[in-house]
Design a protein around this ligand. Sequence first.
Ligand code: FO1
Length: 306
Amino acid sequence: MKAVVLTGGVGGAKFVLGLERSGLADTVTAIVNTGDDFRHLGLHVSPDIDTLLYALSGKSNVAQGWGREGETWSFLSAVQELGGPDWFRLGDGDLALHVLRSERLARGETLSAIVADFAAAWGIPTRILPMSEDPVRTFVDTDEGELEFQRYFVGRQCAPKVSAIRFEGAQAARAAPGVVDAILSADAVFIAPSNPYLSVDPLLAVADIAAALEQTRAPIVAISPIVGGTAVKGPTAKIMAELDIAPDNDAIADHYAAFVDALLVDASDAAPAAIPARATHTLMKTLDDKIHVAREAMALAKSLIP
Ligand code: FO1
């Protein structure tokens, strides 16, 4: 069985890990948001790709939600001593990815090739594809003006009130090599429980990806990011409130209405009225939780195959 996951940050990485470890899929392809990518200190940083690389290689700092476990901070201290920017914290080990990626991109290599090499070096069996090789950058319109994504997310800790979100470059961006084929030849497509507005929408804003989701014969199952009437982590529920959207599964189903066939929801929440749903325990704290959610999502997808 070929499984494809559209994913963003930490929630998505947990689901992809569960799917990989469930053993239910022969191949797992993760198509990753690059709208959070930006240049910092002259380096190309790809936070969602790196969060996935760290999760699947067992290197992630689980408590922190980003970066590496056991990270050291000599580089950041040296930057601070010199009065450089320290609002976005680059750890010493993490820095290796940004330096190697930036140097190879500058030599004309593709992000897809670089990510594939990193994944191979760490023995990751899941195929990790950036959504696009073209630059797509998320901007958030707020009561403090328009902010580039990392300035909003990390710099201002998501405090400003959001009124709109846009994905610069998405209209002209083509899907990265392999992305459309993966969706069209998949047996099941999953939308990870990532932030729909910040992490999944950039993928859906790439026309090739949206068209492939419409065309694919595979069932498309979204895992709701809502648990107990709120979002597990991050600003999803806050943004929903700011955009006047109720934090419930009807809103999630409505958001994905153009593509999604069914929704996996937490047992503590009401199922959506508009599409089929399956209810289970969707909090992913342990590896067993992640495998459980992956198995439930897979069962829901299988139930939709005629
Ligand atoms: N998130 C933070 O909250 N603070 C940071 O200083 C920070 C640094 C950072 C460095 C590299 C990287 O790949 C990710 C980093 N993140 C940091 C996480 C990241 O910016 C966000 O969690 C994602 O973009 C949202 O999915």
